[in-house]
Unconditional design. Structure first.
Length: 273
């Protein structure tokens, strides 16, 4: 199957930031880029799609060409609920990219709604991008949140692939809480979770420098702090243990909302980007 990156657009400045990130991601992967605008009907449709939607996707495609002129770009306007539209698009995609906030055709793209709902349903990894991310998108390591859950395990594969595509260091982070009754045991267990998560992938990516970071604290605080120096954070959509659940609406949602760099959320059933 041909490689494909899909980006949802709505005409906002954040949406254009997502287009830029998506074009760069497509270029790194040698993938095509599909620009999608979801037009939510207000009443039963009996006219052709709003011309404004066509203008949005043309503008987005032009921006993608400016960022990565070698990438093949297609564009489409689809009538329907944005999450359902992008979930359907994710079945053929390697990566879905959306802005963290928006307006218009993507019905707000407010965190807590579209990105989080999409991350819970998507068949491929979902990247969220804020407008502020554009200036530091190509610096720093790829940070991976590890907790030993199935979704976290899938996120490991995605993080290694992202680090390889970006020729960046990978820093695997595991947040843990000391056990007052047996602090040594808690530390040892945390170290084992982190070591086991990355052990099977290092042979497949011998050129990737891998750092391990065991940090005492909550997963939310640890990952947000790590995101300050990162070019990307990769997390499982749902988790357990050291990352305090990584349930959509808790840790992963907090990271998607407040991280200082783009975030990729990975479900256990998704395909690696």
């Amino acid at each position: 199957m041909a490689k494909l990156v899909v980006v949802g657009v709505d005409g906002s400045s954040t949406s254009l930031a997502a287009v830029g990130a998506a074009a760069t991601a497509a270029s790194r992967r040698g993938a095509a880029l599909r620009v999608v605008h979801a037009e939510v009907p207000i009443k039963p449709r009996h006219v052709v799609p709003d011309p404004a939607g066509r203008a949005l996707v043309h503008e987005a495609a032009d921006h993608a060409f400016e960022v990565a002129p070698e990438v093949v770009v297609t564009k489409v306007v689809v009538t329907g609920d944005v999450v359902h539209v992008l979930e359907a698009e994710s079945q053929a995609a390697d990566l879905i990219v959306v802005g963290s906030r928006g307006m218009g055709g993507l019905a707000g793209l407010l965190l807590g709604s579209t990105p989080v709902s999409l991350a819970a349903r998507s068949h491929c990894p979902v990247m969220t991008v804020r407008e502020e991310h554009r200036t530091s998108a190509d610096t720093g390591p790829v940070v991976l949140g590890v907790d030993g859950s199935p979704d976290s395990d899938e996120a490991v594969d995605v993080a290694f692939a992202e680090a390889a595509q970006r020729q960046a260091e990978l820093v695997a982070v595991h947040a843990w809480q000391p056990d007052k009754a047996s602090p040594g045991t808690a530390s040892e267990s945390a170290g084992q979770v982190l070591a086991q998560a990355i052990a099977r992938r290092t042979d497949a990516y011998p050129d990737i420098a891998v750092g391990r970071d065991l940090v005492v604290g909550t997963a939310r605080e640890v990952l947000l702090e790590a995101s300050k120096a990162a070019q990307l954070v990769v997390v499982g959509a749902r988790g357990r243990s050291g990352l305090a659940g990584l349930l959509l609406g808790s840790v992963s949602q907090a990271v998607m909302t407040h991280a200082h760099c783009p975030v990729v959320a990975v479900r256990g059933t998704t395909r690696a980007a």
